[in-house]
Design a protein around this ligand. Structure first.
Ligand code: PEP
Length: 249
């Protein structure tokens, strides 16, 4: 799976041009699940353009209430209505800039999953935590708190993005080996919670300064099923090149 997180970039016109340029570039490629997570305003216009393509749509956030007096928020039903099935939850920028807590993340995840969406849960440690040998402890706490109360029924889909905070948007990616080690750790914890079958069915992505030059290093790792990509997903040619390196054709 290659998932692009556009963050707060691209208005409708630019988003449509991106898609018109991307689609012919990836037309012949098979074997890669492709996802774009644009800003809310662009979801529905892109849904119409992507309807017959292999590119799925995801949102970058969701609120936990169904409707009501929550100014500025968006519900799972609204996202589904706009044509999107995936939703990023707990991105480190939301945790750090908007003060989102593990409890908020948990409520969003349960809400999205109950509504039939596929959550992409982001977890990852800071540089200080890694240097202090606390990375696994932090990641397992984030995982346990985010998934609290989630039953993960058979066939239910969940994506976990391991995104070390120090690697996001810095050009300083984790090594393939370190990303694999954490992804294996995440899968083992999922196995303890839900059993080995369910843990194997969860997609674990790596995110943090992924680009054409390093995607293969991550995809060679046993427990990494794809990447969540910020900066390099904003350019249709680099996204298409990454998809080509991951898929066939
Ligand atoms: C992200 O925003 O999730 C991300 C991984 O960004 P970048 O690829 O730019 O590091």
């Amino acid at each position: 799976m290659i998932a692009g997180n556009w963050k707060m970039n691209k208005e409708i016109g630019a988003a449509k041009s991106f898609v018109m340029e991307l689609l012919p570039l990836i037309e012949e490629i098979t074997g890669a699940e492709i996802l774009i997570c644009p800003p809310f305003t662009v979801l529905h216009p892109l849904y119409e353009l992507l309807a017959d393509s292999q590119v799925h749509l995801g949102a970058q956030d969701v609120f936990w209430e169904k409707n009501g007096a929550y100014t500025g928020e968006i519900s799972a039903a609204m996202l589904i209505d706009a044509g999107c099935r995936y939703v990023i939850i707990g991105h480190s920028e939301r945790r750090q800039v908007m003060g989102e807590t593990d409890l908020n993340v948990n409520k969003k995840l349960i809400t999205a999953s109950t509504a039939g969406m596929i959550p992409i849960l982001c977890i990852g440690e800071t540089l200080e935590e890694r240097k202090a040998q606390q990375a696994e402890k932090v990641v397992s706490q984030q995982l346990d708190q985010a998934l609290y109360g989630l039953s993960l029924e058979e066939g239910e889909k969940l994506v976990i993005a391991y995104e070390p905070i120090w690697a996001i948007g810095t050009g300083m990616n984790a090594s393939g080996q370190d990303a694999q080690q954490m992804s294996r750790f995440i899968r083992q914890r999922l196995g303890q919670k839900y059993g080995p079958g369910a843990a194997q069915a969860v997609k674990v992505l790596y995110g943090g300064s992924v680009k054409e030059e390093n995607i293969e290093e991550f995809m060679q790792q046993e427990d990494i099923d794809g990447a969540l990509i910020g900066g390099a997903s904003l350019n249709p040619v680099s996204l298409a090149n990454i998809v080509r390196l991951v898929g066939n054709g």
